[in-house]
Design a protein around this ligand. Structure first.
Ligand code: PGA
Length: 255
């Protein structure tokens, strides 16, 4: 049985004070029964404030990126060591905005995934095709390449622990979503890629989320799909009431 995971990706939104107010507003209501993992992936500047507050709450914290080295002359970068020292548990890696705007390549994503595990962080690795790739029938080719490369060199246990987020690039922040059935098929395909690289036991355990314009109105249709283990949520995670509604709907689905 895979425990669903709902992760908020706040991107470059919220000062540390705004993040604090958000956490106070969702207090007590967040999936207190532990049937679902709730993760807030906040900007680096907010993580320090949130890390103290999150200790007494049923939420985990995630970063949105990190460098693969532990320390060094890398101006502007943050390492896995720094994140784990703060008590951060998750880190989003290979988000399409980082791939497209900041030149992150598959090999960099892989180095970051390995570094995350070195520091006890759970990577949420994003994979997904662009609209052009989808129209050209290349979705599976892209998902295979990105997934295989991201998990290269991991042990079976590490793959079982990690999270993969299938995020079609054309669905991010656009209001367009993959149909729940298509998302289920694409996620099923990613699971087969994992099975081919490792084995079926590993593939059955890795949690794979859907991401791209998920909101309270459509979360149930994704959660109802057998292959989908939760969601990575951008825009709809920014307002406490919308995020809470989303969690309340998601919590009805456990696999
Ligand atoms: P969105 O973003 O929910 O605003 O589409 C999702 C993401 O980028 O992870």
């Amino acid at each position: 049985m895979r425990k669903p995971i709902i992760a908020a990706n706040w991107k470059m939104y919220k000062t540390h004070d705004e993040a604090k107010a958000f956490l106070q507003e969702i207090d007590g209501l967040v999936a207190a029964d532990g049937e679902i993992d709730t993760v807030l992936c906040a900007p680096f500047t907010a993580l320090c404030t949130l890390s103290e507050m999150a200790k007494e709450r049923p939420v985990s914290l995630g970063a949105q990126n990190m460098h693969w080295e532990d320390e060094g002359a890398f101006t502007g970068e943050i390492s896995g060591q720094m994140l784990s020292a703060l008590g951060i548990q998750y880190v989003i890696l290979g988000h399409s905005e980082r791939r497209q705007m900041f030149g992150e390549m598959d090999d960099m994503v892989n180095k970051k995934v390995l570094a995350a595990f070195r520091h006890g962080l759970t990577p949420i690795v994003c994979v997904g095709e662009t609209i052009k790739q989808r129209e050209q029938g290349e979705t599976q080719k892209i998902l295979k390449k990105q997934t295989e490369r991201a998990i290269e060199g991991l042990s079976s246990d590490q793959v079982k622990q990690m999270v993969i987020a299938y995020e079609p690039v054309w669905a991010i922040g656009t209001g367009k979503t993959s149909s729940p059935e298509d998302a289920n098929d694409d996620i099923g395909f990613i699971r087969r890629v994992v099975a081919d690289q490792y084995d079926q036991v590993v593939a059955n355990e890795v949690r794979i989320q859907y991401g791209g314009s998920v909101k309270p109105e459509n979360i149930a249709s994704f959660m109802a799909q057998p292959e989908i283990d939760g969601a990575l949520v951008g825009g709809a995670s920014l307002k406490p009431e919308s995020f809470l509604q989303l969690l309340e709907k998601a919590i009805q689905y456990t696999k």
